[in-house]
Design a protein around this ligand. Sequence first.
Ligand code: OGA
Ligand code: NI
Length: 338
Amino acid sequence: MDILMSNWSNVGQSLPENYIFPPDKRPGKHVFPVLKDVPVIDLGHDRAEVIQQILSASQDFGFFEVINHDVPISLMEDTMNVFKELFGMEAEYKASFYSTEISKKCRLYSSTMNYDNEEVHYWRDNLTHHCYPLQDQIELWPQKPTRYRKVVGAYSIEARKFLLRILDHIREGLGLKPGYFNGELSKIQLLSVNHHIPCPNPSLTLGMPEHSDPNLITVLQQCSVPGLQFFRNGQWMNVESITDRLIVVPGLQLKVISNGRFSSPIHRVITNSEEYRTTIGTFLIPSNEIVIEPSKDCAGDDHDPVYRGFTYKEFFSAFTESNCDARIALEFFKNKTK
Ligand code: OGA
Ligand code: NI
């Protein structure tokens, strides 16, 4: 059978064995509670107020949703439709993008980049490509659907603008100097589109493992089909899928820079038996050689730095070595407590 699940013509009645997780990792047959108290930030409000809200949302809750974000809703819809169309295209076309090579700057794969060595696969296909600087990357992108480059190009610009705006609020809230997150700390922009076909038995498998995002910051656009869960107060909880909002998830590098004030929440994706689910993630990532460390303003005289400085390259090799578990990788850079 084709590795890409979106090419399967018939999924069948039961879940293939190599998608069944061990009992302790399965979501089970629970009806998961819905997160009712996700902070909603209105970017149209007064800047000082927004800064306070973003800071307390990140520190006390872990992540937040944004309305009045200035990313045109029609562009969000167009982009979502382009990705749905792409995943519906013929197998041969999609196969030309298939790769598990990290060096490939535009790739389609299934489950994780470690597909060939996995015992159990995650129930997802994924499209990942670089987006910045646009003119250097766009030539590598799909050309079908024919509007792909135009629409996704416009979306990438808006998503970057949005994340830099959020980062500037965070910067001011943490007392960091203007431009702190611009440049090398946010140099790499990756688009990551998850696509899950309907699953015969959602209680036995996962669409994405539990994880914290390894990057600096993430924005997620959901479709109307739920699946994203956060681990909160000792249990997994569903995020309501509201298609015109953007979900901001601080990554582990923000946890380091803020000296632990930000937490980078744990989340995962479950599947469903009825509908296709597509989500659009945009990640800002530090360039390889830049040193990431607790900022002097966050780890002041009375706060010892919790982490030692490291380059993103060092972090990324620790990440691969720890089986792509970013939280384990980060432990490696923790200072010993006196
Ligand atoms: C991610 C992620 C969630 C989703 O890409 O890191 O957590 O809803 N995605 O697809
Ligand atoms: Ni994530």
